[in-house]
Design a protein around this ligand. Sequence first.
Ligand SMILES: Cc1cc2nc3c(=O)[nH]c(=O)nc-3n(C[C@H](O)[C@H](O)[C@H](O)COP(=O)(O)OP(=O)(O)OC[C@H]3O[C@@H](n4cnc5c(N)ncnc54)[C@H](O)[C@@H]3O)c2cc1C
Length: 407
Amino acid sequence: MAAMVIVGAGHAAGQAAASLRQEKFEGEIVIIGQEPHIPYQRPPLSKQYLAGEQGIERVYLRPEKFYTKKNITLKLSTRVESIDTEAKTVATDKGETIEYDKLLITTGSRPRILNIPGSDLTGIHYLRTITDVDTIRPEMAAGKKLLIVGGGYIGLEVASVGVSNGLEVHILEMEERILQRVTTPEMSKYYHDLHTARGVHVHTSTMVSGFTGTGRLGGVGRLSGVTCDTGSFEADLAIVGIGIIPNVELAQAAGIACDNGILVDEHCTTSDPNIYAAGDCTNHPNPLLDRRLRLESVPNAMEQARVAATNLCGGDKVYATIPWFWSDQYELKLQMVGFSADGDSQVVRGDKTNDKFAVFYLKEGVLVATDAVNSPKEFMICKRLIGKKVDAAMLADPNADLKSLLT
Ligand SMILES: Cc1cc2nc3c(=O)[nH]c(=O)nc-3n(C[C@H](O)[C@H](O)[C@H](O)COP(=O)(O)OP(=O)(O)OC[C@H]3O[C@@H](n4cnc5c(N)ncnc54)[C@H](O)[C@@H]3O)c2cc1C
């Protein structure tokens, strides 16, 4: 019976293994992951799990017994060091060589490291894993000064948890506005004002040049502050969220084509026909948008994993989904679909001052993206309207029934 080996034990891996069994694959499934945990969800790490509102059991994608029941072998705390595409084997850091018939690479991504003077001080953190949060959380005590480098979604989510728990929070963002890479100036302003109103100090156009510390005598010192081009700030702890880098080195060393991610086709196949890839580590074509993308999102990891599983079993499924994403800050849920930068005009429905509104982005009258704040109904409908010509006046009218646009 064939063996499917999955490298990485994250979101895409957990979903792919479950989908393989749903596809009635009865052969051996082995998941090899370098973290000590069974596959888990990362979104709660900067939200409910960081806030201490959610236990670890609810962070796991599925309970441990699922893998036993489905006869899925988990090799945790185990790193795949190399892939031999000729012999169809992977070698692990535990000295094992494991054969595969088909291999799925789901190595995800890792935080971009800020390499500036003082970056080795204790108290400077990155937030990617359960282990990271378990280290950070005890340090996030009320009254502490928390410094967040980077005003992206992770930074803003951490800020909302921090200020809600009584910390003094400063966000340092080198661009002119927070969320500059991912959203419109209007949405950046909305989130800037929201955080400021909740007591977060947001510093834009502020470049961090070094960390300062105390107690360096003989050992690694402890963070006490940060130096910027505009001045300096005191800090008890810092969390750096300045983007991620896809984990492609393993694939690259095996001769698999990579370019800003592992290159896959719409079937999730890499340049080696026996090797597939899914999730954050891929650079994939999107036939609906007619361009290649590298995404950092759960919906992408889940859907690519499902497509890969079907095709690993001999299917012919195509990955073609309009990207979507969400972010929770305070009591606000932001849901986004499509790329707002693709629009040439925008229409707002609802009232930003009530923190319940949706912004629709149109290109030549066609809906290309939506940002919905505390408006799940509008979001669900708009997910289905993307790519369709829509009546802008109707979108803007809060009394108009958006559902009628679906017919
Ligand atoms: C704090 C945080 C909050 C987030 N919030 C959201 C959100 O609100 N909404 C959203 O859509 N997305 C969110 N994301 C992004 C989302 O979690 C990722 O897109 C998703 O986890 C990608 O899944 P993946 O399986 O591709 O990679 P990962 O989940 O990163 O899993 C990859 C795994 O592979 C392991 N690995 C790598 N190399 C090897 C190797 N050689 N051998 C063995 N194992 C290896 C890694 O250690 C890792 O455990 C968030 C991410 C973070 C970090």
